[in-house]
Design a protein around this ligand. Structure first.
Ligand code: GDP
Ligand code: MG
Length: 465
């Protein structure tokens, strides 16, 4: 039993031992499990932390991204601003360039104006000197010489009366006919074919005869057309075509003076000094008196005493009355008195002489304006002739003077004088072309009969061979 007990006790001890060991193992296991759990927890903790780090990293990245975006926008804005600035700068530069150009233009204009003024001044100076020379010459000549001159021209007049009118005109225009227009005939007859060279040579000749560039080109252009149209092949036949073409360019309408209205007809004569106004008035008056008209002349050139005397001589010869004031008096008053006298004396025609000082365009304009107003008051709606006298020997210069007068007065036509003294009868064409008004008379000498009504065909016949 003891044994049994002992055995049992042994067994119990063994069991207890076993239990103890088992418990020990369980404990260890528990500790191990706890450790494991703790480790897991730690791991989780770590993971969590990592996640958090990741998250904050992501957030930081997001912030960076936004920051970048902002930066980009700012950059874009700056770029745009720069662009705008550039554009503005460009515009400013352009504006500056424009301003500079404008300045340059104004400078040039001013320069041109200065030159023009200088030229005008020189021209006026020249005219003044010319006039002074003429005045001196006139004084020198004196009354005796003037009388002699008149007698001589009376003789001439007698001689020309014996000849027919047409023959006489041809004779008077000998210089022009034998000069350039004569050369033209040789130009055509001296060649065998019609070619460009022929037309070019013709151009040169026409320009030399004072026809002017524009008119020359028109004439030659028309001639080429007409030659083709007529089928002309021989150069010497071109001369006649040229004659027709040139005639066509002369103004044929309104060449007659309108002086046959019932009542008093008024003719105002203007032009630069020395062109032949007074002489033309004398010739005109003689012609009208011969036609049975009562003529009164007004001495509107009050500038020089010699001018008044000269007109008196002409009035005497022509058989016309003259109204004059003292030298230096107001031309407007002379015009007024002349018109009054014309009315009182039942004149058919009143002719008014004027001074032609071109020293100052403004003064001339004012003086002529005043005279025009006085005449207009008298003439009313019937109108009057306003003739500009041009010296045919002065070429382009004469034409330029004519343009000035044409600007300041209402001209009805022209008188071209001294065509007997020039080989350049082409001025007649230039006048027709440039001033677009008819030539009414031409002066072909100093004699009382040396004023011819201008008929284009007669003129052409007289200057062509
Ligand atoms: N050869 C020529 N001389 C002329 C002609 N007309 C006028 N004269 C002369 O030109 C000069 C000036 O003429 P004048 O009538 O005093 O000019 P005005 O100053 O315009 O009045 C005078 O010597 C005239 O004899 C003309 O047709 N032929
Ligand atoms: Mg005169």
């Amino acid at each position: 039993m003891f044994k049994k007990l002992f055995g049992f006790g042994k067994k119990k001890v063994e069991a207890d031992e076993k239990n103890k060991v088992e418990n020990e193992g369980l404990k260890i296991k528990e500790v191990e499990e706890k450790k494991e759990q703790e480790e897991l927890k730690l791991k989780e903790e770590q993971k969590k932390k990592e996640l958090e780090v990741l998250k904050s990293k992501e957030e930081a990245e997001e912030v960076l991204k936004i920051e970048n975006e902002k930066l980009k926008i700012k950059e874009e804005q700056e770029r745009k601003e720069l662009e705008e600035l550039k554009l503005k700068e460009e515009a400013e530069r352009e504006e500056l360039e424009k301003l500079r150009k404008k300045e340059e233009e104004t400078r040039k204009e001013l320069e041109e104006l200065k030159i023009k003024e200088e030229n005008e001044r020189a021209e006026l100076e020249k005219l003044k000197i010319e006039e002074e020379n003429r005045t001196a010459k006139e004084a020198e000549l004196g009354a005796e010489a003037a009388r002699k001159e008149l007698e001589e021209s009376k003789e001439k007049e007698g001689a020309s009366k014996k000849k027919g009118f047409f023959k006489s005109l041809k004779e008077k225009l000998t210089k022009t006919r034998e000069g350039l227009f004569g050369k033209m005939k040789t130009l055509f007859s001296g060649r065998s074919v019609i070619d460009e060279e022929m037309y070019e040579e013709l151009e040169d000749l026409l320009i030399q005869s004072d026809i002017g560039m524009d008119m020359t080109l028109k004439i030659v252009g028309e001639l080429e057309k007409e030659v083709k149209k007529r089928g002309i092949k021989e150069p010497n036949l071109v001369y006649d075509v040229l004659k027709d073409v040139m005639e066509g360019f002369l103004i044929a309408e309104g060449t007659e003076l309108e002086v046959n209205k019932p009542g008093m007809n008024i003719i105002l004569v203007v032009g630069v000094n020395g062109v032949g106004k007074t002489t033309t008035i004398g010739k005109l008056a003689a012609k009208f008196v011969k036609d049975g008209k009562k003529v009164v002349i007004g001495a509107g050139d009050t500038f020089r005493a010699a001018a008044i005397e000269q007109l008196e001589e002409w009035a005497d010869r022509a058989g016309a009355d003259i109204i004059k004031h003292e030298q230096g008096s107001d031309p407007g008053a002379v015009v007024f008195d002349t018109l009054k006298a014309g009315k009182n004396r039942n004149a058919d025609i009143v002719i008014i002489d004027t001074a032609g000082r071109l020293h100052n365009k403004n003064n001339l304009m004012k003086e002529l304006e005043k005279i025009n107003i006085i005449i207009e008051k008298q003439a009313g709606d019937t109108g009057y002739e306003s003739l500009l006298v041009i010296d045919g020997t002065t070429g382009q210069n004469g034409l330029n003077q004519a343009k000035v007068f044409n600007e300041v007065t209402k001209l009805s036509g022209f008188v071209v004088t001294k065509l007997d003294g020039t080989a350049k009868g082409g001025i007649v064409f230039a006048v027709s072309e440039e001033l677009k008004k008819p030539i009414k008379f031409i002066g072909v000498g100093e004699g009382i009969e040396d004023l011819r009504e201008f008929k284009s065909k007669e003129y052409i016949d007289a200057i062509f061979e």
